[in-house]
Design a protein around this ligand. Structure first.
Ligand code: SF4
Ligand code: FES
Length: 387
């Protein structure tokens, strides 16, 4: 079989998977913030390519019929869509649990009241740092710090269930404890301490974001201490920077296993970065139903199960736990999406990855390449790992 045939093998070679748990509805790529680690693609969908309200409503109907439980309204900044309250109300009407993933910036306070009134179940608010200057600089938006605090107060006033999202990197890893305190102060039920994942804009800025191993160890110790202190009051989820980890993360809970990601223009993706894998054929929601794409779409079937794995994953006892790590990271770092994720200590490339991370962490670069519709220079660093 050729490489393209392998990636686009028909669904009949797989048993049907269970339905997805969640639909990540990327309503727009527009966003007031310009975070240098954004997971959106380097080539963003412009406003005139965004799906109209009627199509999103049809997708929410299809999602509920397929057995999906959660919808995550995301972006970009989903609150920039003028139809956001209408979509939240529709999702509720068809029985979906509604989540909003917001930066808190760029929309009028009344929009938040409207989504609360529409029945929004849960909101996730990001914060870029624990001091105003770094927060505004990382987000590329003057006044973001102040604005986020105002939105947090509105969320409390509206009684919305809150998760705080703190993306961790070299410039804020020392603030881990303070992020947890902020989540408590804001009345959050949960905080995500999410170390940057190096794809999308993150890989372009890797040398500017990579923490040192010592920073990571300190941050992890802070998380453990905070967990003991806040047990029963606050859930603290933590995503490690896997270049320093022993084993990789189970990216997306397994390829085509738990989530469907719909881009603003209607491309159905198994993960944020799937379009960085050459040879995959992606379906659009304009052409096929969610159910048809989930069960029979070539891209969703490309890395389901374990048949596609190479050694050392193929004979590894952890293959059903981490699914060989992240396919997009394997593509970026090993040049082969079906290789063992080089973040795994069992990968033959792992030592090179760790050396690369340590060198980049010591680089002291802080000249962020900000996310934007202008695109980004082609990442050079990732190519260092292609044999
Ligand atoms: Fe996971 Fe593959 Fe590493 Fe085993 S070899 S731990 S399955 S990535
Ligand atoms: Fe695509 Fe991990 S981001 S599989």
């Amino acid at each position: 079989m050729s490489r393209a045939e392998t990636l686009n093998r028909p669904a009949s070679t797989h048993p049907l998977p269970p339905p997805p748990m969640g639909l990540l509805a990327e309503l727009t790529h527009r966003c007031a913030l310009r975070c240098p680690y954004c997971s959106n693609p380097l080539e963003l969908d412009r406003r005139d390519r965004e799906l109209p309200t009627a199509v999103w409503k049809r997708l929410l109907d299809e999602a509920a019929a397929l057995g999906i439980l959660h919808v995550y309204f995301s972006g970009g900044e989903p609150m920039l869509r003028p139809d956001i309250a209408e979509l939240v109300a529709h999702a509720r009407d068809v029985g979906l649990y509604t989540n909003m993933i917001t930066s808190g910036v760029g929309f009028q306070p009344a929009a938040l009241d409207a989504v609360a009134e529409a029945g929004l179940d849960h909101i996730q608010l990001s914060i870029q740092a624990m001091d105003a200057e770094t927060c505004d600089r990382v987000g590329g938006y003057a006044g973001a710090w102040q604005r986020k605090h105002m939105v947090a107060a509105d969320i409390a006033r509206l009684g919305l269930r809150l998760t705080v999202n703190a993306v961790i990197h070299r410039e804020n890893a020392h603030q881990t404890k303070d992020f947890v305190q902020l989540a408590e102060d804001w009345g959050a039920a949960r905080i995500e301490i999410a170390h940057v994942q190096y794809y999308g804009w993150g890989i372009v800025n890797r040398a500017r974001l990579m923490p040192t191993r010592q920073q990571v160890e300190r941050a992890m110790a802070d998380v453990e201490e905070a967990r003991a202190r806040t047990a029963g009051r606050l859930v603290i989820d933590c995503v490690l920077p896997d270049y320093y980890a022993r084993y990789p993360k189970a990216c997306m809970g397994g390829w085509g296993a738990r989530l469907m990601n719909i881009s603003p223009a209607g491309v159905a993706l198994p993960c944020h970065a799937a379009q960085t894998i050459p040879g995959l054929a992606f379906d659009t929601v304009q052409e096929r139903s969610l159910s048809d794409i989930w069960y029979h779409g070539a891209a969703f079937n490309a890395f389901r199960g374990t048949d596609w794995m190479q050694e050392p994953c193929r004979s590894c006892a952890r293959k059903d736990l981490d699914f060989g790590g992240c396919r997009c990271q394997a593509m970026a770092l090993a040049g082969d999406a079906s290789a063992t994720d080089p973040a795994c200590s069992l990968s033959p490339l792992h030592k090179q990855i760790v050396a690369l991370a340590e060198a980049e962490a010591a680089s002291h670069r802080s000249d962020f390449i900000y996310r934007g519709f202008q695109g980004a220079p082609k990442p050079q660093a990732e190519r260092q790992m292609v044999p």
